[in-house]
Ligand binder design. Sequence first.
Ligand code: ADP
Ligand code: MG
Length: 690
Amino acid sequence: MVPAKLVSSSGTSMGLPDALAGLLAKLGIHHPADALLHLPMRYEDETHLTALAAVCGTVTQSRPVLIEASVVSTEVRYRPRRQLVVRVIDQDAEADLRFFNFYPSLQRSLVEGARVRAFGEVRPGLYGVEMFHPRVRVLRGEQALPDTLTPVYPSVAGVSQTVLRRLAQQALGSLSLEDTLPPRWADKLDLPSFEAAVRLLHAPSPAVGVQALEDRTHPAWRRIKFDELLAQQISMRRHKQARRARSAPVLAARGALTERLLAQLPFALTPAQQRVWHEIEAELRQSHPMNRLLQGDVGSGKTIVAALAALRAVECGCQAVIMAPTEILAEQHARKFAEWLTPLGIGIEWVAGGQKKRERSAALARLASGESAVAVGTHALFQEGVEFHHLGVAIVDEQHRFGVRQRLALRAKGAAAEPHLLMMSATPIPRTLAMSHYADLDVSVIDQLPPGRTPVRTRLITSAKRAQVIAHVRDACRAGRQAYWVCPLIEESETLDLQTATDTWQALTEALPDLHIGLLHGRLPSDEKASGIARFASGEIDVLVATTVIEVGVDVPNASLMVIEHAERFGLAQIHQLRGRVGRGATESSCILLYQPPLSELARARLRIVYENTDGFRIAEEDLRLRGPGELLGVRQSGVPLLRFADLATDQDLLELACKAAEHLLLHDPARALAHVERWTPEAGALLKA
Ligand code: ADP
Ligand code: MG
């Protein structure tokens, strides 16, 4: 099935000029197949006439109606503002049609005695009913009413509904609408065929309930959503199969170094850490690249597992790299890795943006020659010119902070074979998301915290009680504890963001003259950031005022109090992450969520979730429910296309079915599987060639 093109090499086909094709591209319509799946968002019912008498005296109609009437008079009035008022009459009632913006041609066509059809909302007016800006058409002779509902498509300026309707009808007439599901599956699903579904959605009969169409619960919609999910599932599985066909270094050494690391640790791995390490270890022995997500709540101890994976590469004669999204976090990894690996005689190379050029090139040279086995750093590791001698394992911490392109760049750093990829995240992926957007990943979960942690007590306090909170911080610090004071990131305004943090720092410095107050934000030069964290870690600083730069990974066990300023502005998963910075030592920790009243209903509901839950999974599920998947986890930037129709929050049953169907099709009927994917994502190349 080669998709036909909307635009031929001469620039037009199907009568489309370039400019229109460009606008359609904005709507995601590149091929006729895209027009087929560009589905209406709502419908208008012009299939029957409504008598004016029937709507006279009623309150505003919730749905627009179609009336047919004769023009009695037409005049332009200037009060209260310029408008064209057209008085019309049908069998036995009159109405005013009002237009505030109109062309003279409209006025000319609506002469006395003209028969018109007007479509719009009717509301009671001073003299009978009124219609504001109805869509009017002057009738010439008899004209039959349409027998289907009129679709209204999502559009952009410059693309009329007429064009979209025509494209949809052409697609319905010219494309194969053959079902890509084997008949047995279609029966099992108890859903209409693909053809029946698209025909119905583009032109439903008025007998079909508009409500079920518009809230997308109609079986035709369920079929479309199922097909969309199925296409996604098939693609994901094919990616996975393709990965199995690629090669990666087999890391199957006896494990002398990993054994020694485990023996020298001041703690024993938790059973959960042991389990995930075995899962990872087993996959590193394979000759195809691993693509695994290591998931574990904040503080669950992912870093040591990463170190073991890195060490496994080293003991097999390969190199390893670990990368973090911020310099602060990368620094911390560098410290941890140095603490663990230096006693084993393994040097660590540091690669980051803020580094001196000479130092960086020396580090890169040692990595390229293979002299150094382990690299720790930031985004700088993705850049061109970073080469490894024989990269075996690449680790990405807080993976949702990175785009898919960066992950691919890292993958390409392996010379002959691809490295194994281990991604880590403390932001739990709800099951539905894991099954859909992340279906190409294998997942290992650390579902247990190391022993000896005391749960964090969370409190919600209005900012009106700020003075009490400051007094509480003072008392805690006098008793030898340390505190974080986190200020919100105000989107798109780094300056404002900085302002909040700086002001808070100023205010706290004045209010608490006997304490050392530190300030940490993203604009500081990286060595100042690092020394700030170091001084906080050593206890020299009592209170660290910070922006969300500390969100990921900062580990200072003596810090047992956190204040989050303007908590209502934070994402739930983010608060959970931040809160994970405390509760790392033996003292009871607390997290104060300072909010600015009044709170909206939604803000209240959201804060209650973090207040009541300590389980990151629960919080992520709720976040997904409240905000949709796009906001969570940066799926948007992950490069995986978002679903257009299916909704993971409500269509979980379809997702489960699509998983099974995808497996079945790929196994028993790969040709159909391919045809199905092509219908949903017509070959991108065809467009480029056009
Ligand atoms: P995260 O999963 O959030 O990255 P870390 O790897 O930073 O967590 O671990 C949090 C803290 O717990 C670190 O100080 C780490 O050394 C410690 N830790 C990790 N595993 C264990 C364990 N099994 N027992 C005790 N402490 C541990
Ligand atoms: Mg971590």
